[in-house]
Design a protein around this ligand. Structure first.
Ligand code: HSE
Length: 284
């Protein structure tokens, strides 16, 4: 039997649409045991069959390793909220891939696991940090995913604000335009180029500048009820930066203030939704 902890992740970080992500210290815990049938404990019934993303990834990984699939017993203790912009589906996929790999002594590298997980998820920005940890920047070329990790300044804290409603990634991608204009492309390229260095240095002025986006956030903001109120509260408390986490609806604040989350809990009153606020660190 193998035990695994897979971290949540926050993708995009503003301008790094579908390529940037950070692993965060909020985890799903899994165990895997080889079996002659499928047994899933800890998932709602509608996710407890062969269509479960962990099982799809588990089987795909066995196939790459040339091992037969007869069944598996998987337990799940999930803490990453579903459909919330914190990489729950990526964590589920990565769990299955890492579980299969671990049961056979970890023959596959993280780079090989990334290919399997990216093929299932469709974009690498959440699966990469869930596999490697830290901050990752990923590229897909000719179907092959590449990933590099960047250091993040240890003083930075990542406060996630998750509302009491879900937003399906499919819905949040549907509102995005098919084409972008050159000015917006340049805007995002230049801001994305700054962001890893800004986070490494912990440079507040640069982070605030670099986290700005024109490719997805302007289109998604109307989908997130009370976003402007949350953003105002975050800014009034002096956060370094604010962005949508992944496809939303969770929002992310970057701060160095150790009391920021507590202050925000006291300040944040929204008329239409309730927000769960958690201070997280980068998961290594
Ligand atoms: N990069 C993705 C998006 C993350 O923003 O749609 C969610 O899967």
């Amino acid at each position: 039997m193998v035990k695994l902890r897979i971290p949540a992740s926050s993708a995009n970080l503003g301008p790094g649409f579908d390529s940037f992500g950070i692993a965060l210290t909020l985890y799903n815990d899994h165990t895997f045991e080889l079996s002659d049938h499928l047994e899933i404990i800890g998932c709602p019934p509608e996710y407890s069959d062969e269509r479960n993303l962990s099982i799809i990834a588990f089987k795909a990984t066995l196939k790459v390793m040339g091992k037969p699939y007869t069944g598996v017993k998987m337990t799940v203790d999930a803490h990453i909220p579903f459909c919330s912009g914190l990489g729950s589906s990526a964590a589920t996929i990565v769990a299955g891939a890492k579980g299969a790999n671990a049961l056979y002594g970890d023959p596959l590298s993280n780079d090989e696991l990334l290919q399997i997980c990216n093929a299932i998820e469709g974009h690498p920005d959440n699966v990469a940090p869930a596999i490697y940890g830290g901050m990752t920047v990923s590229v897909v070329q000719n179907g092959v995913a590449y990933c590099v990790q960047y250091p993040v300044h240890p003083d930075l804290k990542f406060v996630v604000m998750t509302p009491d409603f879900e937003l399906a990634t499919k819905e949040s991608r549907r509102v995005l335009p098919q084409m972008v204009n050159r000015q917006d492309a340049i805007y995002n390229l230049s801001h994305a180029g700054l962001l890893p260095k800004a986070l490494e240095l912990g440079d507040e002025r640069l982070i605030r500048l670099a986290v700005q986006d024109r490719l997805h956030e302007p289109y998604r903001r109307p989908l997130i009820t009370d976003l402007t109120l949350v953003e105002k509260a975050v800014n009034d408390l002096g956060a370094i930066a604010f962005c949508i986490s992944g496809a939303g609806p969770t929002c992310l604040a970057i701060t160095k203030d150790p009391d920021f989350a507590e202050k925000l809990k006291k300040e944040l009153h929204t008329p239409h939704s309730k927000w769960n606020i958690q201070e997280l660190d980068i998961a290594k």
